[in-house]
Design a protein around this ligand. Sequence first.
Ligand code: TRP
Ligand code: ZN
Length: 870
Amino acid sequence: MAHKQAKYRSDYRAPAFTIDTVELDFDLHDNATRVTSVLGVRRLGPGALELDGEQLKLISVAVDDVELDADAYILNEHQLIISDLPDECTLTLVTEINPSANSALEGLYKSGGAFCTQCEAEGFRRITYYVDRPDVLAVFTTRITADARQFPYLLSNGNLQQQGECENGRHFAIWHDPHPKPAYLFALVAGDFDRLQDTYTTTEGRDVCLEVFVDKGNLSRAEYAMVSLKKAMQWDEERFGLAYDLDRYMIVAVDFFNMGAMENKGLNIFNSKYVLADQNTATDWDFIHVESVIGHEYFHNWTGNRITCRDWFQLSLKEGLTVFRDQEFSSDLGSRAVHRIDAIRVMRSHQFNEDASPMAHPIRPDKVVEMNNFYTVTVYNKGAEVIRMLHTILGEEGFQRGMQRYRQRHDGQAVTCEDFVAAMEAANDVDLSQFRRWYSQAGTPVVNITERYDASTGELTIRCQQQTPATPGQTDKAPVVIPLLFSVFDARGQRLAVEHEAIKRHESGSELLVLDQAECEFTLSGFAKRPIIAWLENFSAPVKLEREVALDDYALLLAHAEQEVTRWEAAQQMYLHVLLQAVEQGGALTLPQGLLNALRQALQAPLDNALKALIFTPPSAEELSEYYSSDVPLAAIEKAGKALRQQLALALQPDFAALFDQLQASDDDLSGPAMATRAMANRCLYFLAYAAPQQYADLIAKRATRRGNMTVQQGALEIAVHLELPNRDNILASFLEQWQATPLVMDKWFAAQASAVTATTVNEVQQLTDHSLFTLRNPNRVYALLATFCRNSLRFHQADGAGYRLVLDVIKQLNNLNPQVAARLITPFLQWRRYDAKRQEQLKSCLSELQQLDDLAPDLAEKIASALES
Ligand code: TRP
Ligand code: ZN
């Protein structure tokens, strides 16, 4: 493949031509689908018309119905360029594509028996020649023709205008979408499905027909998705004042999909993982994810579709904002604390890692080779944290004022992150110039806090410093705006009032101090004794906090803090303190009595069981590794982690046993309390099996193989595999037999084995790549086995390099089959500098081996180059 050129954000120029109308005609056939595209083209400025196209067979080009000779245009591997066009004309393009040969799952492809499309970011150019950039907004009309028996449903964006029979057993449908949209939001589906139908009436009085299409036989597993969709529609009206704008909203679930789901206008296409759910096959977290992804794609209708991105550097404009919206949706409907903790863990275990990697980029990147590489935790999740900081600074009312202004100014436009911030600024009459650095600076800021208490004056002096480490291409970092939420407590855990001109009581209940200097110092007074402060409550900024740790202070916060997230955080800090100290000793660990007492108290406290389950989830090896920028002490991390869990299990065994007996929830109860009960029951069982494997093996086998509730089954399966219970092979075999015909459940079976930290893990994962149910063609299956293994840093980095070679081999095969998926697996190789010399050599040699492939996909090439040159 020819070397792909980098694009720079600063090079943005409007296109020479825009497209106002598109009439598409698809004559669907497995191997040769003919696409006729009639474009209403209009000149915006000087220059030729540059149409993008990849892997297309061009049949003909006509301008205003006059066919062009081949010398009237330039055709290369990536573009069709036509000069000397009139200011307005009609361009007719006929191309041919081969959907069944499309294993990259971009453009038009077959998933199972159905045709479907994926056009974001630059997939539309694999369907036909087009000005494939998000600032070209056109009104689409789509005609689809296909075999009537095989493909009873023919779907596209907007409203159904006409349908009918053709000859040869084929039929057609014509769809029209009145809302101008960029090509990345185009969608087409043709297939045979079961269809779940419902209606929703918007506050504006519009009756919307809702449809969820799933593979035959799966109708009952689509109900939760439909319920979630209606909740999302209502929530967006109530919280954001945004109502749906078409008469029809369709969701199609497909098994072969590179990502989670896609917000195509009026026709979302979903990975079936985020649609299909019933208590037999989906865990409680699966249900939560269905609700949040359904919400996410629905919320894009306003933040992404009605107001879209000017160019792909602005991706966080729609993704950061929409993740923020889906997080708020989940938090308003379920436990706010549990969802917040989930988001914090994603930031600490994945985003901080990306910020410290050769591929580190600001939430609004400056340079991109392959756009697919920038659908990242930085753009999505750190992007959402940046929106959340605005929300914290402006408050809910101010934030919604800004949203209204954003909509008034930009509805129907393709805009930039700058436009969003400017709308927030104008609506609130504030100056956000310094805040904008969050959009341009990469890297995780480190905030250092020191406290000095003077008993003679009752004064507490607090010093805050911030500093952002250099990232590739960005050495000088300026101070950013950090909203710091905190609470002050006395030694008995009573909340103390704070008086200071720079600090105000925030609507969340915490104090708010906004840091904007590299360094600041301030003094609080009136403390008879040294007060105790919970800093960075609710993870109010995406930063690392450095401060002196006093275990007793955290024990107090765990027991008494008002906010649930603060209590969880206190437990995490206690674990971290003990673990990091143990790692310094090569992994030898003795649990301090103070930590044990605090945890025993928490176990018995009347806390939400879901929160308790999180409190009893110590930091992962991956999170611990974040504390080391070189020579990550893997062996010591593994040893310390195991010792912590083992000692905790033994010390609290009677407490876990007593609690476990009280935690009963019926299998079909999907309420919050029932889910919380199951979560904590699984945590108890995990520690019980750690303490007494023989004693609990039978119970765990029963739970792992009894059909009725997947949270119970998967929880037990993972315990059996991760703790290598004596009956683990039998349990795996029974589970396989029970679920071999249900792909989404089999993914759990593969993932359980790939996430184990045992002596046999690498071998087993290797063998599983040859399992009859394993296939490189299904991204869900690849992620379940190999992305899970890549995240298992203790085994991926196994000293003999076997983990590296196993993943390398898969990446080589995926380079040809599906580069987008291949590029997701390469992530842990990029961080080679963080490991010891031997591992560095091995990781680097894997990267150079890939670099030498002569058909290396740009997705991989970009990441490898960044890793080797930085
Ligand atoms: N816009 C989608 C979302 O966040 C992301 C997405 C779905 C995507 N499929 C993709 C991005 C394929 C790139 C390629 O909801
Ligand atoms: Zn999205």
